[in-house]
Design a protein around this ligand. Structure first.
Ligand code: ADP
Ligand code: MG
Length: 321
């Protein structure tokens, strides 16, 4: 067990590190001081993870640390912003050193992979809860927004969708999977890879973008509403793992359309830019797949590979619904 300041000093302060160029002052004073590159806009986003709501108590602390930062970096990715630094507000039931150490390991491994530093936060006793705020930078006018989709644009998605939702169904007891298949989908749920490099590669190319945290139907709905357009999505074209593809069709639809926790990017690009989009995916090391088309007619239409309508009535996740 450790006290508040011991926990901060032991696990969330890394003295003697050469700070990233943007960090003028890190943990230890009343504020951190950041120096973005001249002329760039700051991109700021917060995401909170609450035990029992966003993660199960069975998750390893190291994976929880990874995921808490990953979901935040995913928001910067969706904006095409370059991550600079982050803060961590943490409520812990006990001054549990082993838990804090594991959490910090997962957190800093991902932070180091993205070259960003923890510059401050708050630590308190309370029900387990992690709130991270990420700060990034983007040249004015180059941020990828939800509002830019235009009729005729191609709709793209990165990576594969549905694994995290399938893992959740296993935890809920509605699906059984063999050990290795379960490990794979559980990994997708607990260790998502934020698509930061793809977001940067899509600057000046994508007309709109959003990260998939609440499922494709719900998140695409935000883009359509903000852009004042509609879309047709070919559901069979949505990329999914072999594990998801082996499930009954209705469950596949649930996983890829209403999954949540995918943390892939959903974005639009003008027709005729297909090669440039694929090249951006290659540069970023992630597959990108066209899954539909933006249209002037409002609403979302789901079709199968033969163009026949697919009926899907599940609603997007809503904490208060
Ligand atoms: P204050 O009383 O001004 O809120 P605190 O005593 O809460 O300051 O924190 C002391 C220093 O430690 C501050 O620089 C704060 O940003 C930092 N800090 C507190 N908790 C964390 C944390 N979980 N991760 C990183 N830095 C933290
Ligand atoms: Mg404080």
């Amino acid at each position: 067990m450790a006290g508040e300041f011991e926990l901060i000093a032991r696990h969330f302060t890394r003295p003697g590190r050469r700070a990233a160029a943007a960090v003028a002052l890190g943990v230890g004073d009343d504020c951190a001081l950041l120096t973005p590159a001249p002329g760039q806009q700051l991109a700021v986003s917060s995401d909170m993870l609450v035990e029992g709501r966003h993660f199960l108590s069975t998750v390893a602390p190291e994976r929880l640390g990874h995921k808490a930062l990953a979901v935040n970096l995913s928001d910067l990715a969706a904006c095409g912003a370059e991550p600079l630094a982050f803060t961590l507000a943490l409520a812990l039931p006990r001054g549990d050193d082993a838990f804090a150490a594991g959490l910090a390991r997962g957190l800093f491994a991902l932070a180091d992979a993205h070259g960003i530093e923890l510059v401050g936060g708050d630590t308190t006793a309370g029900p387990l809860n992690l709130c991270i705020t990420v700060i990034g930078q983007v040249p004015p006018g180059q941020a990828l927004l939800r509002s830019g989709a235009r009729a005729g644009d191609t709709l793209w998605v990165s990576g594969r969708l549905g694994d995290a939702r399938l893992a959740l169904e296993v935890f809920r007891g509605t699906v059984e999977l063999a050990g290795s298949a379960f490990d794979a989908v559980r990994r997708a749920m607990e260790l998502p890879e934020p698509r930061v490099a793809l977001g940067l590669a899509l600057r000046g190319l994508a007309t709109s973008a959003i990260d998939l945290s609440d499922g494709l139907v719900g998140d695409l709905g935000h883009v359509l509403a903000r852009s004042g357009v509609g879309a047709t999505v070919e559901v069979d074209a949505i990329p999914r793992s072999a594990v998801v593809a082996a499930m009954p069709r209705a469950l596949q639809h649930t996983c890829v359309l209403a999954g949540g926790d995918d943390y892939e990017l959903l974005f639009t690009a003008p027709p005729g830019q297909d090669d440039a989009v694929r090249a951006a995916g290659t540069r970023a090391g992630v597959t990108v797949t066209p899954v539909g088309r933006i249209e002037a007619t409002a609403g979302l239409r789901l079709i199968d590979a033969d163009g026949q309508p697919i009926v899907f009535t599940e609603r997007a996740f809503d904490h208060f619904a």
